[in-house]
Design a binder for this molecule. Structure first.
Ligand code: HSE
Length: 319
């Protein structure tokens, strides 16, 4: 007769949503958002491998097969880094609560991947460095989007404002985001696959457009460092990606115009879209959100909005 095994305890992890690119900083800039994100509970089990036993929340079209699920895949990558006997025997099961929809542009797959990786690290006590903690979710993100980009992952893992200076090797710089910033995000109730949104991007761009994006990317970093939301918004100018991807978002120009008319400091596509984000003062945020939502509505898209301060904590244990 086998001895009954002691019940393993659960760990609970929250990983925030994020805005990638922030206009000109394609694949390099990101900011984590307070109040939106995925929650993952996980515990060790005797059976080797990763199992997803429950999914709740905005789980539409998200597979429970761990090999095709960002949280599951990221946890698998962590287990693969274990050595010897532990590598063969390690098993975990997880419950995933999706707090944001897939394909919205708010770093949904990144939040799942970061949450899955952090939970696995906690359970298997791996004292791994920051880059290793990013590598596992990155493997999962590649699965979801077809591209090696860590802008959403870095923001979700570390919180604040993140700059992925290099992807190979990974080199991330993090800045604390002043709490006076407000990000308005409006989801138009449709989905754009990141993989598709990346396939439409130009391979060649003009030096003039590149120089504009470089200047504005630098200006965004300066605005964070100086705590100036209006300067930040003014630098949300993307002459490379937005002109192409905006065609995928019905009503893009009207929604952006509505945001600026209502007092937003700046507005662009959040990540790969279709969500749009605007930078606004605390006072103007609600007005900007409603104006953007109404503009989407005029294009037949019943949107919803969120007004988020930055999340400076990043992925964290909740229990
Ligand atoms: N930087 C990425 C992109 C974010 O724009 O494709 C989407 O996950």
């Amino acid at each position: 007769m086998t001895e009954p095994q002691p019940q393993q305890s659960w760990v609970k992890v929250f990983a925030p949503a994020s805005i990638g690119n922030l206009g000109p900083g394609f694949d390099s800039l990101g900011v984590a958002l307070e109040g939106l994100g995925d929650t993952i509970e996980a515990r060790r089990i005797e059976t080797p491998g990763v199992r997803i036993i429950e999914m709740t929340g905005e789980k539409e079209n998200i597979p429970t097969d761990p090999a095709r699920n960002c949280a599951g895949r990221a946890a698998e990558s962590v287990l693969k880094q274990l050595k010897g006997k532990a590598a063969k025997e390690a098993g975990l099961e997880m419950k995933l609560h999706k707090g944001l929809p897939q394909g919205s542009g708010l770093g949904s797959s990144a939040a799942s991947a970061v949450g899955g990786a952090v939970a696995a690290h906690l359970l298997f006590g791996s004292a791994l460095g920051r880059n290793i903690r990013l590598e596992a979710p990155l493997a999962a993100e590649i699965l979801g989007s077809g591209g090696r980009h860590a802008d959403n992952l870095a923001a979700s893992l570390l919180g604040g404002f993140t700059i992925v200076r290099s992807h190979e090797p990974l080199d991330v710089i993090r800045l604390e985001m002043p709490s006076s910033f407000r990000f308005v995000v409006v989801l138009p109730g449709m989905e754009i696959e990141t993989r598709y949104a990346r396939s439409v991007l130009p391979e060649v761009i003009s030096l003039k457009d590149a120089a504009s994006n470089w200047a504005n990317t630098a200006a965004l970093v300066a605005a964070v460092a100086q705590g100036k939301p209006a300067d930040f918004g003014r630098a949300v100018v993307d002459r490379v990606v937005e002109p192409v991807r905006s065609k995928l978002v019905p009503g893009f120009s009207e929604v952006k115009h509505a945001a600026l008319e209502a007092g937003a400091h700046g507005c662009s596509i959040s990540g790969a879209g279709p969500a749009l984000f605007a930078v606004a003062s605390v006072d103007a945020a609600e007005r900007v959100a409603l104006a953007m939502q109404a503009a989407f509505q005029r294009h037949g898209l019943p949107g919803r909005h969120f007004i988020c301060p930055p999340d400076n904590r990043g992925a964290r244990r909740l229990d």
